[in-house]
Design a binder for this molecule. Structure first.
Ligand code: FNR
Length: 196
């Protein structure tokens, strides 16, 4: 009898704010899945601003190496992105830029790795512009974006309570369906991937 395969999704929030709705969304997502696939929450906190001189003189910062290792150990990436000025948040882009150094390491870190993007923001369209803006970046990095569903949460209806839990049942249902759909996609991808 073969043992059940365990999958790990590494979740990254694009907001450093303590009360970040995107981090809350990620935490709620982590509670959705069964034992077979689990969501671990990583962080971009501590990653310095990208500086080519630092890279040349000191190499890749430890915080970046540690996050790279977490991505490599995971089967997939789940990004929870805010939208800033109709686009992506600079703090997460900065982290991704560091994670893409040196370029020779990109295939190991991002290549063939399923990526799902979700997000929460204050406008009615709830991060749709930011989500679209992430696509060319993951295309460049060789990730495999999942297009099976879309989760762009508008914060206008106040879907979280004071403890950071989702209280809007429709959004909870959409989150569950999104995360389960992504987990199924990962399992399907890995079935065809010889090294998985
Ligand atoms: C925003 N916000 C925002 N929201 C949006 O829907 N479209 C936008 O273009 C912007 N632009 C923007 C720029 C900057 C610099 C900030 C700080 C904020 C509001 C944003 O959706 C809101 O602050 C969210 O709560 C941010 O996500 P976290 O931090 O709660 O995860």
């Amino acid at each position: 009898m073969s043992l059940p395969v365990r999958r790990t999704i590494l979740g990254l929030s694009g907001s450093l704010r303590r009360g970040s709705f995107n981090t809350m969304l990620l935490r709620e997502a982590a509670g959705v899945l069964s034992e077979q696939t689990r969501i671990e929450i990583g962080s971009i906190r501590g990653i310095p601003l990208y500086d080519g001189d630092v890279e040349c003189q000191q190499g890749i910062p430890e915080s970046v190496v540690a996050l790279k290792n977490r991505i490599v150990a995971a089967d997939a990436l789940l990004i929870s992105t805010p939208e800033y000025n109709h686009s992506i948040p600079g703090v997460l882009k900065n982290a991704i830029d560091w994670l893409s150094r040196p370029p020779s390491d990109i295939p190991r870190v991002f290549g063939g790795r399923p990526v799902a993007i979700m997000g929460a923001s204050i406008t009615k369209r709830g991060t749709l512009l930011a989500q679209a803006a992430w696509l060319p970046i993951f295309f460049r990095l060789g990730g495999v974006p999942w297009f099976g569903d879309q989760l762009a949460i508008s914060l206008t209806g106040n879907p979280f309570d004071a403890e950071g839990h989702l209280v809007d049942e429709m959004i909870r249902w959409r989150l569950e369906s999104f995360v389960k759909g992504f987990a199924a996609f990962i399992a399907e991808q890995r079935r065809y991937c010889l090294h998985a």
